[in-house]
Design a protein around this ligand. Sequence first.
Ligand code: HDD
Length: 710
Amino acid sequence: MKNSKKTIGNTSDEKQNDLDLNKSNAENQFLTTNQGVKINDNNNSLKAGERGPSLLEDFILREKITSFDHERIPERIVHARGSAAHGYFELYESMEQYTKAGFLTDTSIKTPVFLRFSTVAGSKGSTDLARDVRGFSVKFYTQEGNYDLVGNNMPVFFIQDAMKFPDLIHAVKPEPHNELPQAASAHDTFWDFISLMPESMHMIMWVMSDRAIPRSLRMMEGFGVHTFRFINKNNESHFVKFHWKPKLGTHAVVWDEAQKISGKNSDFHKQDLWEAIEAGNFPEWELGVQIIPESDEHKFDFDLLDPTKLVPEELVPVKIIGKMTLNKNPENFFAETEQVAFHPGHVVPGIDFTNDPLLQGRLFSYTDTQLSRLGSPNFHEIPINRTIAPMHNNQRDGHMRQEIATGRVSYHPNSLGGGCPFQAKIDEGGFASFNERIDAQKIRERSESFSDHFSQAILFYNSQTPTEQGHIAKALSFELGKVETEAIRTRMLGLIAQVDKNLAATVAKNLGMNVPAAPEKPINHGVGADEEGEKHEPKKVKQTIENSDALSMLKNPTLSNTIATRQVAFLCAEGVNAASVDSMKKALKGAGAKAVIIAPHLGTIVSEEGTEIKVDQSYLIAASVLFDAVFVPAGNGITELKKVKEVAEFIKDAYQHCKFIAAEGQGIDVLPIDADGGVLTSEKAGDNTLAGSFIEAMGNHRYWEREKTL
Ligand code: HDD
């Protein structure tokens, strides 16, 4: 099937060739200036005498320093920290009935993609494990032009109107007077803003859930967030919501673990993505769509244009239509990951916008930001941003223009250029916006249909398992615990109580406060309000459904329980039983997981049987939070580990974070913890049954039962 794919200008490899044209290869080459002049001395600047002043004439020095001075470009105002990879998208079945987009109708096309993940609030060098939304931006290099699906790992957003975006971001970013805290929402200005914006309560439930601390970028769902349109050949429109479902399942770490990972390896996600791809463990996501006929626009108890709402999968099932595979790391972080420019407005014929006021504002913002970030309207010429479709127009000049446009014609219509380039009719692939009928008054207001701020927050909270609900309570207690202004906490408790009274009571208890009897009257945002702002208070709507399993990571039955690519720490020492190590390693490898041998020192250790075992990491380097599970093998020497402080800490942390722990023989004596259903042991060294149970247990990700005893 794969071999029969068409190859005309649309494979991942060919996009790569496109990029290759711009690659420099310094092998067997002289060092030169940017003008190609060979450099004779790259160590000394030109001076007036050995000990004399440097000369302005030194064009080599000046060029080198100038280039260095300008090496940094402004980082993205949001989503500054990113990790990306190349890959391709394959379509399972034609969506012709709904859209005319070639890459969604022709199953023989393999469309190259570039995917950039990001955190939102932190700056470029901040930790991967911040509690935050993750950006999930996919650039499809289609034959009809670039299509960017610029989404997040959560299906809703904080605010309903782009007008509030700068306020939201100013509030979450480090506070302006002291630049504190970095990459964290746990501070006064963020919660001040949120406490006055009840429309954010649904999103708050998501960001306070474990979705905001993913185990891996490879284990996150992605969402297009807004409702978009599919347009078919007959110019018929269907509403569409996009979903990315990871083949490895959706998994998270726990908050204490996240904080520790930030110290042990703040590049944890970036490195994990890079290493998985280098090892050939190509991450995969299936693309799903929820399709809603135009005629059903007003069928729901929420507004499809409201980005603080999702369409429950129970109401409109997600249809899986294709798969994306990431198979190549960028070769140069700056050239590709940093310079890639996404834009929700990069659409192709067959995909169109809705009037979601958040999306409408985004359509302006992204080009504008590239102008200041990348410095010129010619950012489309940077290799990573180039379309693979032929590109001809009369746009000219500007900073850093690459194209050498030939001929005298740079306008349309023209006769001197034979009328070229000419407009494409719709049946020749020309983009024509959906001719939606608009008959309205110019107005600066929000539709009353946007005024339900709590129903879906309640739906989300009610759909979580008790474990997940507990994590939300802890996250809110942590975040609000860092808020110094009591009035902000009080306002938040008032809002949380409108989602769930018990949740509010738990958080209030942790804050040593009381839930206010009546929530403060929210400030008015023009939600269909009259002049006094009285008319439409945020209201609740009775939802058609009260529970949606798809919203829970732990309940979600559709996600796989594979342990592929999981990292298991083998706590070893001199005198470890090699058979115990080898058989567990083999079993884990069979399930796609990786054993990492940790010992008191690097190099090799000698096993009980006298064989040498290569050590991957020492206890000085390794930490439990960087692994998914722990195995302590058998062996006479293994009890020595009781004396190693780091080992006790390692196991205790794994236990605290509800990880599965297995031990064999003498390894059992090393465990400084109580046995429970997540601690699997066998007196026998090299016990295949233990290995089988360990693998099966790890498929559940964590032993959450343990939390009740901690
Ligand atoms: Fe945005 C970047 C996702 C609302 C303005 N946004 C950016 C990125 C992602 C999102 C994933 C990083 C792209 C990359 O990897 O380079 N943004 C979203 C989602 C939103 C959203 C899912 C709501 C549903 N954004 C949003 C609004 C505005 C912006 C309402 C402004 C009106 N976003 C930007 C930006 C950024 C950006 C300032 C910064 C860097 C960039 O665009 O290229 O223009």
